[in-house]
Design a protein around this ligand. Structure first.
Ligand SMILES: Nc1ncnc2c1ncn2[C@@H]1O[C@H](COP(=O)(O)OP(=O)(O)OP(=O)(O)O)[C@@H](O)[C@H]1O
Ligand SMILES: [Mg+2]
Length: 463
């Protein structure tokens, strides 16, 4: 019984012990659970804080980006309006020559809209512009602008002169170039006009002295040549007598000269001598003209007299042309008298009419026509000489007023006719002489003379 009670007490004590141990374990587990929970809470709060900070930074960055984009757009607009208001053509290109910018001046000059140009290769959309991909590459590689001056550009049949500069562009991401094209046609025209006047002025100064110096020996050469030809004439009694006295047969001598072509050479010498004399005569016109007075002159009378003179000259020298040629005269009767030198104006008109006749003869027209007309265009009087001859290309028409420029064969022209005409009209009459011509169609010369001579004004611009 005692043993049983003891055993029961021990069992109870054991149960209490087990119970105590379990409670302790649970308590420990609870504790560690709480710790883990608090750790998790801490981590979550740290994460939330850093996420909030990141969102803040992102929002700020987004705002900065928005402002920068707006500023960029504003700057782009501003730059575009600057570029578009420039009179120069500005074309932006990539190194491979693809267009990135195309300003308003480029649109105006080429007729190509910005939309049609952007992204395309420059030399494909605007082949008339002499800027090759090689030039763009070179400017970029050398990091130096390259410039070409007074470049002739023909676009849609209009010829202009331009200065072209290729500026290389270097930035961090982008490399390319800006091509700037400036129209210098007017400057070129003024330069060539001034050069022309200078040339004629110095030619005029030279002419007087030179003509006299050359004239005398030339006259002696021609005179002696005539004597030689006369003294070789086998039919001349004096020659026959002199030859006989020396035991020479004059006809044999003549045959020898013919067989050795000597008479032909002498003829050539004579022709060349006369040509030289003609040049000297033309050159003397420069110096002579400055001494003549301008007086009230009827342009219609001078024009008609010039036509009559040329009509008979053509009849003699170009009979075949004369048979077919029509001279059309269309005179403005309201034209007042104009201060001019009639002799000089006639010289100019004869030069123009002679050129017209020669150009027509070369064209072999079925209906050759020369038209001369006058017109009152206050404060100027205008004379036009039109022909349906061979015409001339741009390169020829740019040189025709240069002294000694001629396209005619030796003996046909001295190349002084138009430069003298230019001198007479621009220097002596303060007028203008202009030409328009189409190859294969014909040519028109326009003389513009002031109705009143300026007292101290310079000559009219242009030629
Ligand atoms: N009406 C025209 N049609 C076509 N070409 C012309 C005409 N007038 C002038 N020319 C061209 O201009 C050039 C120069 O003319 P310019 O009158 O000065 O000299 P030229 O006629 O050759 O010689 P020159 O007048 O001294 O006998 C000519 O050679 C010709 O090529
Ligand atoms: Mg001529």
């Amino acid at each position: 019984m005692l043993a049983l009670a003891f055993a029961l007490a021990a069992l109870e004590a054991l149960a209490i012990l087990v119970l105590l141990r379990n409670r302790k374990r649970r308590k420990q587990a609870l504790l560690s659970l709480r710790e883990t929970l608090s750790l998790l809470e801490q981590r979550l709060s740290t994460r939330t804080e850093s996420w909030r900070q990141a969102t803040d930074i992102l929002e700020q960055a987004e705002e900065r980006h928005r402002i920068t984009t707006a500023l960029l757009n504003e700057t782009k607009e501003y730059l575009n309006s600057i570029i578009n208001s420039m009179p120069s053509i500005m074309i932006g290109v990539t190194p491979s020559g693809h267009v990135t910018h195309w300003n308003a001046a480029a649109e105006l000059a080429t007729g190509i809209r910005e939309k049609q140009a952007l992204g395309f290769r420059l030399h494909e959309i605007y082949p008339d512009l002499p800027v090759t991909p090689a030039m763009i590459e070179e400017a970029i590689a050398n990091s130096e602008p390259s410039t070409q001056e007074n470049v002739k550009v023909e676009h849609l049949n209009v010829v202009r002169y331009v200065d072209i500069t290729v500026y290389p562009l270097h930035s961090l991401e982008l490399t390319g170039a800006v091509i700037r094209v400036d129209d210098v046609t007017l400057r070129q025209k003024l330069d060539s006009m001034m050069l022309q006047n200078e040339k004629l002025k110095s030619l005029g100064e030279l002419a007087a002295g030179m003509a006299h110096e050359i004239n005398n020996p030339l006259a002696a050469i021609l005179q002696s040549l005539q004597n030689v030809q006369r003294r070789l004439n086998p039919n001349h009694p004096g020659n026959q007598a002199a030859a006989k006295a020396l035991g020479v047969d004059m006809y044999q001598l003549h045959n020898y000269l013919e067989a050795r072509d000597i008479n032909r050479f002498l003829g050539g010498m004579e022709g060349a001598g006369h040509r030289a004399a003609e040049i000297v005569r033309h050159m003397l016109e420069f110096s002579r003209s400055s001494s003549r007075q301008l007086e009230p002159t009827s342009l219609n009378v001078v024009a008609h007299a010039s036509v009559e003179f040329m009509r008979s000259a053509i009849e003699l020298s170009m009979p075949a042309l004369h048979a077919k040629l029509t001279f059309e005269e269309d005179f403005d009767i309201s034209l007042p008298l104009v201060p001019a030198s009639g002799i000089e104006l006639q010289q100019v008109l004869v030069n123009l009419l002679k050129n017209a006749a020669q150009a027509i003869q070369e064209a072999h027209r079925e209906h050759p026509l020369i038209r001369i007309s006058t017109r009152l265009v206050p404060p100027f009087a205008e004379i036009r000489v039109e022909d349906n001859g061979i015409g001339m290309n741009i390169s020829t028409s740019r040189q025709i007023f240069d002294p000694f420029f001629t396209t005619k064969t030796v003996g046909q022209g001295t190349g002084l006719g138009l430069s003298i005409s230019h001198f007479i009209i621009s220097q002596r009459h303060h007028g203008r002489i202009e030409v328009t011509s189409t190859p294969g169609v014909g040519t028109t010369f326009i003389l513009t003379l002031p109705l009143q001579q300026p007292t101290h004004a310079p000559a009219l611009a242009g030629h």
